[in-house]
Design a binder for this molecule. Structure first.
Ligand code: SAM
Ligand code: SF4
Length: 330
């Protein structure tokens, strides 16, 4: 089958699958503290529906999967889905993004199901700041989960840290030191306008350049990794002393849309060509109406064909997407 190439020539081989919009913590840049309206359970794709969709997507050239949410570990029986996805011929890479709170409980089972790559979301090593950001007191659980994953042999383990200005500056260097001691890459993600309460402001984005300057001043020189995958969202650096690496997802200060190779399936079965897309393609109705594979192929193609050249955060025209991060799947 012809590969999934959009009108700007970008090849799509990467699918992010959200398995739930629910979460066990409440990061302020993603969810409101209270009163979150979750999708009714019957609207959430079953594991069988996800598996069928992925099998069809593989025939169109999808090779890499990332399971995300909401918090994917609150979805019951997740290891069973991981087992199904790993077994699909053609899938070359499977990773999970989690907040880590339930990781110690599930890491062994997920490893046994075939998961090896994991990104743990952790913005700070300071308990009070963790409580402030997540509105929960769960830092120790996350740290225990990371330690267990190291012992079990997961790799690579990466940490996702959301970079909010006037808040996490003390954490940038501390996290990098934590990563250097454990051979864990820290990926700093610029704060994006995807929060549920509309609190994002450009002035609250801690930018890649600022963080690089902080790291070089406090730890030592960094150099860009020359052979890094040009289609990966993060710009990756290593410390020149040979110990440790860091990555930056500079979606706001240096958008990487021209290299984008991703599509996203939401937990309620909508396909999106961009985190910031306004439109989405309903594949759940097709999956639930016994539509033939060819109809699903057509829906995926039409979604990718509609893909824009890039988000418009840096223009006056920018309109935030109608769903916040937890509901899209980050
Ligand atoms: N619950 C999991 C977690 O937190 O990793 C998976 C889903 S979460 C929506 C995926 C990622 O989105 C998180 O790792 C976090 O770094 C990122 N994120 C959430 N809200 C964000 C925002 N407003 N700006 C930038 N990144 C954000
Ligand atoms: Fe939950 Fe992840 Fe959103 Fe934080 S970023 S509230 S952990 S879904």
């Amino acid at each position: 089958m012809t590969p999934l190439v959009d009108t700007f020539g970008r090849l799509h081989d990467n699918l992010r699958i959200s398995v739930t919009d629910r979460c066990n913590i409440r990061c302020f840049y993603c969810m409101p503290e209270e009163g979150v309206k979750f999708e009714p359970r019957e609207n959430i794709l079953t594991f069988e529906e996800i598996e069928r969709f992925v099998k069809i997507a593989v025939t169109m050239g999808i090779r890499k999967l990332r399971v995300t949410g909401g918090e994917p570990l609150v979805r019951k029986g997740l290891p069973a889905l991981i087992r199904k996805l790993v077994a699909i011929p053609g899938i070359q890479d499977l990773a999970l993004t989690t907040n880590g709170v339930l990781l110690a409980q599930h890491a062994q089972e997920l490893y046994d199901a075939g998961l090896r790559r994991i990104n743990v979301h952790l913005d700070t090593l300071d308990r009070e700041r963790f409580k402030h950001i997540t509105r929960r007191d769960d830092l120790d659980k996350v740290l225990n989960g990371i330690e267990l994953c190291r012992k079990l042999g997961y790799g690579p383990i990466k940490i996702n840290a959301v970079a909010v200005k006037n808040l996490v500056e003390p954490d940038v260097v501390e996290l990098a030191r934590f990563g250097r001691e454990r051979d864990i890459e820290i990926r700093y993600i610029e704060f994006m306008p995807l929060d549920a309460q509309g609190i994002w402001e450009r002035d609250r984005v801690l930018t890649m350049d600022t963080m690089i300057a902080m790291l070089q001043r406090e730890i030592g020189p960094l150099e860009e990794i020359p052979d890094a995958d040009p289609r990966a969202p993060a710009t990756e650096y290593r410390f020149k002393d040979g110990v440790g690496r860091v990555g930056f997802i500079a979606s706001v200060s240096k958008p990487f849309c021209l290299n984008c190779n991703r599509v996203r399936l939401t937990s309620d079965g909508k396909l999106r060509y961009c985190l910031f897309a306004i439109d989405e393609t309903d594949v759940k109705s097709l999956l639930r109406s016994n539509a033939p594979d060819s109809a699903i192929v057509e829906a995926v193609r039409s979604c990718v064909a509609d893909k824009w050249i890039g988000h418009e955060i840096n223009t006056q025209k920018f309109v935030p997407p109608p769903r916040p991060m937890y509901s899209i799947g980050g």
